[in-house]
Write a protein that binds this ligand. Structure first.
Ligand code: NOJ
Ligand code: CA
Length: 704
């Protein structure tokens, strides 16, 4: 590791900074990315270029504190350091087996002259594919407890870029993406007053959530997000439609103020990922690299897996989470009166266990197994669930024994209905229960207003709650998949049992709403997935006529559902449809059975946000490759060179493609499966139907 040290002597520099209006700019660079820090009339700022093209022009930095003595006004530069870091690390699971963390770091030390002694550092890390920076509050007598009232960070964009955005809502990210110029950002039409979360707050019509994906007319792609969001609210961005300046906007707490901190502490990293090639954005590891290394003492119990679940049948209205119509109407013996529509009954669960055992699915998720679902939705009630009391028709020990006998793991479901304090009080018993009955993973949920006090899902209080849950789960060797959580920021590096989050608009919206348009999955990897895996729940085979009204539809072909297992990465991946629907197409299900959830290598072969993505991945520890290719509403021909395969090795390629006349609207289930022998010198031409896709497995053939 090479180290440069550049240190100004404090008194000399202070004198210089005070006597001249502009301090000399400080820079850091790597590859084509260059970062410049400046202090103009005491105002800190930064600018970023990529191959000499402006990415952000000089943009403000600063943090305002509630006591008015923060770092908003003129500051004095007291010193800086520059260092190079180049290291590699191995994730516990992921898209690649080894990750290079190569950056040049510039730290600038600032002092607040109006509040003598108050100090702030800004740390920049410049990578070959972008920049991360954060504010650090060093230990100091002049700063004990303090409240951040605003973050003043700006991203001044040089032009009116195209943007793929969702509203900056304090409580949910489950929106459709709008593709517009920055000058046209206005979220008022999308923000609804009802929906899964039951409360939606996006008071600023010009606020967008991150990850924000941008495309400049000069061909640059830029992604803005954050890394390591811990003990701090999520950052959203206010878009100035005239100047294209984006300003950080922190999700507030329920009691005023944005973040309650104590020095020493730091903000999350603000991230800018930039390239002139869209696939590079998807391949970036910048966000993971900015997170702290694994904190768990052991990780051998963390096992990526695929699962089926008693779930889609509830989403589509065929059965119900709840056991009785009401918790208040009881039979003469004081028992709940069953409706006969309860999905999580022992016999039905066994049916899913049988399917999982027969078709190579490691786990079975069961929702609605525990008492409370009569009352869960839309209430601001603290004690709806205790997370350990099953309904009378869900025999937890019998199901446990049956699952063990079939070699299948059960996946726990802990819906909190937003009562996060109630969950925290029950965490220990809930996770002991999972240990007792052999549940290696839990799906959590936060539908509804948050208790305490209506804190926001994306605020500081909940950001700490999600980390507490990941830590508690780790203590019990349980993997977590969090629904309705804040969107991820790479924390699965630090807590590798935090496998996935929802925090976006998943496939389930096709079940209970007008759904998501064909382009949706071509935008998600550039936005929601930039921070980490999503429990998107792919794999729907019965794409129409799956619910009583007959009006709902999944907006893809069947082959595209298969391709999503490669294009959308998650180490916990659901095969979301019903066993009986899979049984109609077991030849296509073979791809879901085969596709891994942990990879040695990933190559994004072609990608354009809103249009198409083709990704190839190599299975962990095996010379097997899998490829997924998806398109939006346009039919497309996608040529694929197979030069990623091992030279000299022959493979059997099994191609699951859209069939003749396939079309997501009229004929979504038409697919064809063909096989051919290929090598690294071969090429494929994939024909994708409107909202179609192709999935390919490449398995090595014996004897070269
Ligand atoms: C919303 C989740 O996204 C969904 O997957 C779950 O089934 C329901 N909440 C019930 O918890
Ligand atoms: Ca959800």
């Amino acid at each position: 590791m090479k180290k440069y040290l550049l240190l100004w002597l404090l008194p000399a520099f202070q004198a210089a900074a005070q006597s001249s209006p502009a301090a000399p700019p400080l820079t850091a660079s790597l590859g084509g990315v260059k970062l410049t820090f400046s202090l103009t009339a005491g105002r800190p700022g930064y600018a970023v270029t990529y191959d000499q093209k402006p990415v952000v022009t000089t943009s403000r930095l600063g943090i305002a504190l509630e006591d008015g003595q923060g770092f908003a006004g003129p500051l004095v530069l007291t010193g800086s350091e520059l260092k190079d870091v180049d290291e590699t690390w191995q994730p516990v699971w992921g898209e690649v087996k080894s990750i290079r963390n190569h950056y040049q770091q510039l730290t600038v030390h600032l002092r607040q002259p109006a509040a003598p002694g108050r100090r702030l550092d800004v740390v920049f890390r410049v990578f070959a594919d972008g920049v991360g920076f954060r504010y650090e509050f060093p230990r100091q007598l002049a700063l004990g407890n303090f409240v951040v009232s605003d973050e003043l960070t700006e991203f001044a964009l040089p032009a009116d870029h195209q943007a793929f955005w969702i509203p900056g809502d304090y409580d949910t990210n489950e929106y459709l993406y709008t593709h517009s110029r920055l000058s046209a950002v206005d979220n008022s039409a999308q923000v609804r007053s009802s929906g899964e979360i039951a409360v939606r707050v996006a008071p600023d019509p010009q606020a967008v959530a991150t990850p924000l994906m941008l495309k400049a007319d000069n061909g640059l792609y830029l992604n803005i997000h954050e890394a390591a969001q811990v003990n701090y609210p999520a950052m959203q961005l206010h878009v100035d439609r005239a100047s294209h300046v984006l300003t950080a906007r922190l999700v507030p707490s329920a009691v005023g103020g944005k973040a309650f901190l104590h020095a020493p502490s730091c903000t999350p990293w603000r991230t800018l990922i930039v390239s002139d090639k869209a696939p590079d954005i998807l391949a970036s590891k910048l966000i993971l690299n900015l997170n702290e290394p694994n904190k768990l003492p052991t990780t051998d119990w963390i096992k990526p897996m695929k699962f089926v679940g008693v779930w889609w049948e509830m989403q589509t209205g065929r059965s119900d989470w709840k056991y009785a119509a009401s918790a208040d109407t009881l039979d003469p013996q004081g028992r709940l009166i069953p409706t006969g529509r309860h999905g999580a009954n022992t016999a039905n669960v066994k049916r899913y266990i049988d399917f999982a055992a027969q078709h190579g699915m490691a786990g079975v998720l069961v929702e609605g197994w525990n008492v409370g679902w009569e009352d869960w939705f839309g209430n601001w009630k603290e004690n709806v669930f205790d997370f350990v009391t099953p309904y009378p028709d869900f025999n937890v020990s019998e199901i446990h024994r049956y699952a063990v006998s079939k070699g299948v793991k059960m996946i726990m479901h802990n819906e909190t209905s937003g009562a996060a304090t109630n969950y925290e009080q029950h965490l220990d018993t809930a996770y002991q229960f999972m240990n007792k009955y052999g549940y290696p993973a839990v799906k959590t949920g936060y539908v509804g207003r948050i208790i305490p006090r209506g804190e926001h899902h994306d605020g500081q209080w909940m950001s700490n709650h999600f980390v507490r849950v990941a830590e508690m789960a780790a203590r019990h060797h349980v993997m977590v998949d969090m629904h309705e959580s804040v969107r991820p920021t790479g924390l699965s590096r630090t807590y590798p049992n935090w496998m996935a989050s929802e925090a976006g608009r998943g496939n389930e919206y096709n079940a209970f709403s007008t759904g998501s348009p064909p382009e949706h999955e071509t935008i998600m990897p550039f936005t929601r997935f930039m921070g980490g895996p999503m429990d998107y729940t792919p794999g729907i085979f019965k794409l129409k006529n799956f619910e009583p009204t007959g009006k709902r539809q999944v907006h893809t072909t069947l082959a595209k559902q298969l391709a999503l297992y490669v294009v959308l990465y998650s180490p916990l991946q659901m095969a979301a449809d019903l066993p009986e629907n899979y049984e109609q197409h077991l030849d296509a299900f073979q791809f879901i059975q085969d596709v891994p959830v942990d990879w040695d290598d990933t190559r994004v072969l072609a990608a354009e946000p809103g249009d198409y993505i083709t990704t190839a991945r190599k299975a962990k520890g095996k010379d097997e490759w899998y490829l997924g290719s998806i398109t939006d509403e346009q039919a497309r021909t996608q040529p694929v060179k197979l030069d990623f395969l091992t030279p000299g090795q022959r493979y059997e390629a099994t191609i699951y493609a859209d069939g003749k006349g396939a079309d997501w609207q009229q004929n979504p289930t038409a697919y064809q499966i063909t096989r051919q022998v290929v090598t690294s010198k071969s090429a494929l031409t994939l024909k994708l139907a409107p909202s179609g896709g192709a999935a390919v497995s490449f398995k090595p053939l014996a004897g070269k």
